[in-house]
Ligand binder design. Structure first.
Ligand code: CO
Length: 134
């Protein structure tokens, strides 16, 4: 079961330039920026109403995100939904023939489990499923 939007991720070329827009001009509440080596990216976090907006800049020109940016340009990258049981969510999607990027959950740096659903199956949106903390 999907319980909330955890975050919305926007892919950017230059985090410092982008921060000037989102934090200063738009006025989104900025929290902090962190290196995410396992994603080969750095991420600026804007907590908002129990969800977050994340600006994501690749730190490795060979990463998937970097290639995505080269091909598509800056913009909305993915939406992350929190699920109460990621194993059940993935099994349910597989049973319906939905194409997954991660067949099994992968761990992030915080040890939380997540998986991506392929945009071919979601009408064009990369969807991340993130298991709620237990
Ligand atoms: Co994400």
């Amino acid at each position: 079961m999907i319980t909330r939007i955890d975050h919305i991720a926007i892919a950017v070329q230059n985090l410092d330039d982008t921060l000037r827009f989102y934090a200063e001009k738009l006025g989104l509440p900025y929290s902090h920026t962190a290196d995410e080596p396992e994603q080969r990216a750095k991420v600026a976090f804007f907590p908002l109403g129990g969800s977050e907006v994340e600006l994501v800049q690749p730190t490795d020109s060979e990463s998937g995100l970097s290639k995505w940016l080269d091909k598509r340009g800056e913009g909305l990258h993915h939406i992350c939904f929190e699920v109460d049981d990621i194993d059940a969510a993935l099994a349910n999607l597989k049973a319906q023939g939905v194409q997954l990027i991660n067949q099994e959950p992968v761990l992030n740096s915080a040890g939380r489990r997540l998986a991506f659903v392929h945009p071919k199956s979601t009408h064009g949106v990369l969807i991340e499923l993130y298991e709620a903390a237990k």
